[in-house]
Design a protein. Structure first.
Length: 184
Protein backbone atom coordinates (compact mmCIF):
# COMPACT_ATOMS: atom_id res chain seq x y z
CA UNK A 1 0.00 0.00 0.00
CA UNK A 2 1.38 3.43 -0.82
CA UNK A 3 1.84 6.12 1.82
CA UNK A 4 -0.51 8.62 0.12
CA UNK A 5 -3.36 6.10 0.36
CA UNK A 6 -2.62 5.44 4.04
CA UNK A 7 -2.42 9.14 4.85
CA UNK A 8 -5.77 9.76 3.14
CA UNK A 9 -7.29 6.80 4.97
CA UNK A 10 -6.08 8.09 8.34
CA UNK A 11 -7.40 11.61 7.67
CA UNK A 12 -10.76 10.23 6.54
CA UNK A 13 -11.05 8.08 9.66
CA UNK A 14 -10.10 10.97 11.95
CA UNK A 15 -12.90 13.05 10.44
CA UNK A 16 -15.43 10.20 10.41
CA UNK A 17 -14.73 8.85 13.90
CA UNK A 18 -16.82 11.45 15.76
CA UNK A 19 -19.79 10.47 13.60
CA UNK A 20 -19.70 6.83 14.69
CA UNK A 21 -18.89 7.16 18.39
CA UNK A 22 -21.71 7.03 20.92
CA UNK A 23 -23.12 10.47 21.66
CA UNK A 24 -21.93 10.18 25.27
CA UNK A 25 -18.34 10.23 23.99
CA UNK A 26 -18.90 13.52 22.20
CA UNK A 27 -19.93 17.05 22.94
CA UNK A 28 -19.77 17.32 26.71
CA UNK A 29 -20.95 20.70 27.91
CA UNK A 30 -18.31 23.17 29.05
CA UNK A 31 -19.22 22.65 32.72
CA UNK A 32 -19.21 18.82 32.38
CA UNK A 33 -15.85 18.91 30.63
CA UNK A 34 -14.40 21.26 33.28
CA UNK A 35 -15.61 18.98 36.08
CA UNK A 36 -14.42 15.69 34.56
CA UNK A 37 -11.05 17.14 33.52
CA UNK A 38 -10.40 18.69 36.94
CA UNK A 39 -11.35 15.44 38.71
CA UNK A 40 -9.09 13.42 36.39
CA UNK A 41 -6.15 15.79 36.92
CA UNK A 42 -6.63 15.78 40.70
CA UNK A 43 -6.65 11.95 40.73
CA UNK A 44 -3.55 11.78 38.52
CA UNK A 45 -1.64 14.25 40.71
CA UNK A 46 -2.57 12.32 43.86
CA UNK A 47 -1.66 8.89 42.41
CA UNK A 48 1.45 9.64 40.33
CA UNK A 49 4.29 11.55 42.01
CA UNK A 50 5.89 12.25 38.62
CA UNK A 51 2.69 14.01 37.50
CA UNK A 52 2.82 16.25 40.58
CA UNK A 53 6.47 17.07 39.85
CA UNK A 54 5.68 17.91 36.22
CA UNK A 55 2.62 19.94 37.20
CA UNK A 56 4.75 22.10 39.47
CA UNK A 57 7.08 23.05 36.60
CA UNK A 58 4.68 23.05 33.62
CA UNK A 59 3.55 26.22 31.85
CA UNK A 60 0.25 24.50 31.00
CA UNK A 61 -1.45 21.10 31.32
CA UNK A 62 -3.88 19.62 28.78
CA UNK A 63 -6.12 16.94 30.30
CA UNK A 64 -8.29 14.54 28.31
CA UNK A 65 -10.27 12.71 31.04
CA UNK A 66 -11.63 10.04 28.67
CA UNK A 67 -10.49 9.03 25.21
CA UNK A 68 -12.32 6.20 23.49
CA UNK A 69 -10.30 4.04 21.12
CA UNK A 70 -11.59 1.10 19.08
CA UNK A 71 -10.57 -0.84 16.03
CA UNK A 72 -10.61 -3.93 13.92
CA UNK A 73 -7.98 -3.53 11.20
CA UNK A 74 -9.13 0.10 10.86
CA UNK A 75 -9.47 2.04 14.10
CA UNK A 76 -10.02 5.43 15.59
CA UNK A 77 -10.01 7.41 18.78
CA UNK A 78 -11.67 10.56 20.09
CA UNK A 79 -11.79 12.57 23.30
CA UNK A 80 -12.26 16.12 24.57
CA UNK A 81 -10.21 17.96 27.17
CA UNK A 82 -9.29 21.18 28.94
CA UNK A 83 -6.08 23.21 28.88
CA UNK A 84 -5.10 24.63 32.28
CA UNK A 85 -2.68 27.45 32.98
CA UNK A 86 -1.96 28.19 36.65
CA UNK A 87 -4.86 25.91 37.59
CA UNK A 88 -7.46 27.80 35.53
CA UNK A 89 -9.15 26.47 32.37
CA UNK A 90 -8.04 28.55 29.37
CA UNK A 91 -9.09 26.42 26.38
CA UNK A 92 -10.95 23.34 25.17
CA UNK A 93 -9.57 20.76 22.75
CA UNK A 94 -10.36 17.48 21.08
CA UNK A 95 -8.03 14.70 20.11
CA UNK A 96 -8.90 12.53 17.13
CA UNK A 97 -6.88 9.83 15.51
CA UNK A 98 -7.05 6.97 13.12
CA UNK A 99 -5.04 3.82 12.67
CA UNK A 100 -4.66 1.03 10.17
CA UNK A 101 -3.01 -2.35 10.68
CA UNK A 102 -3.26 -5.59 12.60
CA UNK A 103 -5.38 -4.47 15.55
CA UNK A 104 -8.48 -5.41 17.45
CA UNK A 105 -10.20 -4.20 20.59
CA UNK A 106 -11.60 -1.22 22.41
CA UNK A 107 -10.47 0.82 25.37
CA UNK A 108 -10.92 4.08 27.22
CA UNK A 109 -8.16 6.01 28.93
CA UNK A 110 -7.20 9.43 30.18
CA UNK A 111 -4.28 11.44 28.85
CA UNK A 112 -2.46 14.43 30.31
CA UNK A 113 0.12 16.51 28.48
CA UNK A 114 2.42 18.74 30.54
CA UNK A 115 3.72 21.65 28.43
CA UNK A 116 7.06 22.77 29.81
CA UNK A 117 7.64 25.78 27.52
CA UNK A 118 5.57 28.67 26.22
CA UNK A 119 6.66 27.72 22.67
CA UNK A 120 5.10 24.26 23.11
CA UNK A 121 1.80 25.85 24.21
CA UNK A 122 1.91 28.20 21.22
CA UNK A 123 2.42 25.18 18.96
CA UNK A 124 -0.73 23.65 20.45
CA UNK A 125 -2.68 26.81 19.70
CA UNK A 126 -1.59 27.06 16.07
CA UNK A 127 -4.39 27.37 13.50
CA UNK A 128 -3.65 23.94 12.01
CA UNK A 129 -3.83 22.05 15.30
CA UNK A 130 -1.17 20.05 17.10
CA UNK A 131 -0.07 16.83 15.43
CA UNK A 132 1.58 14.42 17.84
CA UNK A 133 4.96 13.49 16.41
CA UNK A 134 5.38 16.81 14.56
CA UNK A 135 6.68 19.94 16.28
CA UNK A 136 7.69 19.97 19.95
CA UNK A 137 9.18 16.78 21.33
CA UNK A 138 6.66 14.73 23.31
CA UNK A 139 7.91 12.19 25.85
CA UNK A 140 5.40 9.57 26.98
CA UNK A 141 6.10 8.75 30.60
CA UNK A 142 5.76 5.21 31.84
CA UNK A 143 6.60 3.89 35.28
CA UNK A 144 10.31 3.37 34.47
CA UNK A 145 10.85 6.87 33.04
CA UNK A 146 8.82 8.40 35.87
CA UNK A 147 11.09 6.97 38.55
CA UNK A 148 14.13 8.67 37.02
CA UNK A 149 12.57 12.04 36.18
CA UNK A 150 13.56 14.97 38.38
CA UNK A 151 13.28 18.72 38.03
CA UNK A 152 16.97 18.76 37.04
CA UNK A 153 16.60 16.42 34.05
CA UNK A 154 13.30 17.72 32.63
CA UNK A 155 14.57 19.00 29.29
CA UNK A 156 11.80 18.12 26.82
CA UNK A 157 8.98 20.34 25.56
CA UNK A 158 6.02 18.14 26.48
CA UNK A 159 5.56 15.15 28.78
CA UNK A 160 2.51 12.92 28.39
CA UNK A 161 1.01 10.44 30.84
CA UNK A 162 -1.67 7.88 29.98
CA UNK A 163 -3.85 6.92 32.95
CA UNK A 164 -7.01 5.07 33.95
CA UNK A 165 -6.92 2.52 31.13
CA UNK A 166 -9.97 0.25 30.78
CA UNK A 167 -10.48 -2.37 28.09
CA UNK A 168 -7.99 -4.05 25.79
CA UNK A 169 -6.53 -2.96 22.49
CA UNK A 170 -3.88 -5.08 20.81
CA UNK A 171 -2.00 -4.92 17.56
CA UNK A 172 0.45 -3.05 15.42
CA UNK A 173 -0.15 -0.51 12.72
CA UNK A 174 0.20 3.02 11.45
CA UNK A 175 -1.41 5.72 13.57
CA UNK A 176 -2.01 9.44 13.32
CA UNK A 177 -3.30 11.75 16.03
CA UNK A 178 -4.26 15.43 15.98
CA UNK A 179 -5.29 17.82 18.74
CA UNK A 180 -7.55 20.69 17.70
CA UNK A 181 -8.91 23.68 19.63
CA UNK A 182 -12.70 23.67 20.21
CA UNK A 183 -14.96 26.69 20.31
CA UNK A 184 -16.72 26.16 23.66
Amino acid sequence: MNTAFLKNLLVTLAVALPLVLPSSALGASKSELNASSKAALDRLLAEAPVAATLNGKAVAVLVFPSITKAGFMVGGQYGEGVLYERGKPVGYYNTAGASYGLQIGAQQYGYAMFFMTRAAVESLNSAEGFEVGIGPSVVVIDEGVGKNLTTKNMTDDVYAIVFGQKGLMAGIGIQGNKITKLNK
